[in-house]
Design a protein around this ligand. Structure first.
Ligand SMILES: Cc1ncc(C[n+]2csc(CCOP(=O)(O)OP(=O)(O)O)c2C)c(N)n1
Ligand SMILES: [Mg+2]
Length: 410
């Protein structure tokens, strides 16, 4: 008999809870090199499979294989490795600074370094990112000064944003890093709008929108896809699937669609999944998508399959919702170790040189930290003026703000 009677709805459940044994055996991982590389001007209907696969270049022996390999020189890869190592060490120092009370808040990128670092290398100067809080790699890989990032984190007198933004919500027009909005998914509509404006102006600059797996549940994600697909906006739509949205596993936002990339298919947007822990694969797919945008072939949706190895933020404790060793079981490994092994395999790197580079980078980060702390931290040193609170929003300050500023005596 049919199941009549009381209605039910379905709440997806993660496979494993804290105390359980991590298990990713249900995550299909295609062989490196096995996914074809379509022509840039391919008809999106011919590559629907790519929304359900994972493009990978680095295999388990550290070799770069398949049609997406071969785009970067040794020097470029060594630079990429240095960017990821810098971001990781920067994160470790700032995480510690938060524990020491020098800032109220910090967010790490542990395990996800390849995504933003490699993407940045595929962009051209003038292109604009609309990032979330987990893409500081875009700045590091573009040579943005670490001292300036730290000044922002400390909200000190040299903070270019004058203490008006949450720590880690950087902003740099020159480095193609649009001011971060804490309201997730707004980045998507803004990126599509900026891209359309660039086209309306007859410019050559493209935009990149950034979103996490969890935030794809926001309606802004879907609205952005409507506009991007209808108007063929010159934009790359990045979904960073790091498996978690704070304590919520990715199965909730993904629902029944199979993959996040598959969300793009209903809009006719070419949608690719890529190994987010593979610097070479991320770069190759980013290059492909960016070239499509630049050649007026429209938007591309890219899902980066990765894993958030650290806590969501300094306010989070992942042991409350996932097994402690889950990140060790993640089948796509660690992006820094994988690129390191590849470079060793190519004969241009070694464990000794890696250890030496780590020590050098740590020295550089500590020197930047000293310089930033000389300008002050959360509880020490000079602060931005209270007057700054009233500036920078309106071209002409409205009377009610002028009154408040007078009342504050600044
Ligand atoms: C619109 C909106 N809703 C809720 C939040 C609160 N919030 C901050 S981070 C976060 C989780 C986001 O997860 P995901 O999109 O997967 O990004 P990740 O942190 O994993 O990079 C939530 C719900 C927010 N900042 N904005
Ligand atoms: Mg996430």
């Amino acid at each position: 008999m049919a199941d009549a009677g009381m209605l039910r709805f379905h709440v997806p459940e993660p496979e494993v809870r804290p105390g359980g044994t991590p298990d990713f055996s249900n995550v299909p991982i295609p062989r490196a090199g096995s996914v074809p590389r379509p022509e840039i001007d391919v008809d999106p209907r011919e590559i629907r499979d790519l929304a359900f696969s994972i493009i990978r270049v680095l295999n388990r022996s550290g070799e770069a294989v398949g049609p997406w390999a071969g785009l970067l020189t040794h020097e470029e890869l060594l630079e990429g490795l240095r960017h990821m190592m810098t971001l990781r060490i920067f994160d470790a120092r700032m995480q510690m600074a938060q524990r020491q009370g020098k800032t109220s808040f910090y967010m790490q990128h542990l395990g996800e370094e390849a995504v933003a670092c490699a993407f940045r290398k595929a962009l051209s100067p003038g292109d604009m990112n609309f990032p979330t809080y987990r893409q500081a790699g875009l700045l590091i890989a573009d040579g943005y000064p670490m001292v300036t990032m730290m000044n922002q984190i400390y909200s000190n007198e040299a903070d270019p944003l004058k203490g008006r933004q949450l720590p880690i919500m950087y902003s740099s027009k020159e480095h193609g890093f649009f001011s971060i909005s804490g309201n997730l998914a707004t980045q998507y509509v803004q990126a599509v709008g900026w891209a359309m404006a660039s086209a309306i102006k007859g410019d050559t600059r493209i935009a990149a929108g950034w979103i996490g797996d969890g935030s794809t549940a926001e309606s802004d994600f879907h609205s952005a896809l409507v506009f991007a697909s209808t108007y063929k906006a010159p934009v790359v739509l990045n979904v960073v699937n790091n498996q978690w949205a704070i304590s919520t596993f990715q199965g909730i936002a993904r629902g029944g669609s199979g993959t996040f990339a598959a969300r793009g298919l209903g809009f006719g947007i070419p949608s690719l999944r890529v190994d987010g822990n593979d610097y070479l694969a991320v770069y190759a797919v980013a290059k492909w998508a960016i070239e499509r945008a630049r050649r007026n072939l429209g938007p591309t949706l890219v899902e980066y399959v990765t894993y958030r190895a650290g806590a969501h933020s300094t306010s989070d404790d992942p042991s409350a919702y996932r097994p402690k060793a889950e990140s060790d079981a993640w089948p796509l490994g660690d992006p820094v170790i994988r690129l390191k092994n590849h470079l060793i395999h190519r004969g241009v790197w070694s464990d000794e040189r890696h250890a030496q580079a780590e020590a050098e980078i740590l020295d550089t980060v500590i020197a930047a930290q000293k310089e930033a702390e000389a300008h002050g931290t959360l509880h020490s040193g000079n602060k931005p003026s209270m007057r700054d609170m009233f500036e920078g929003v309106y071209e002409t300050m409205p009377p009610h703000l002028r009154r408040q500023r007078q009342q504050a005596g600044v």
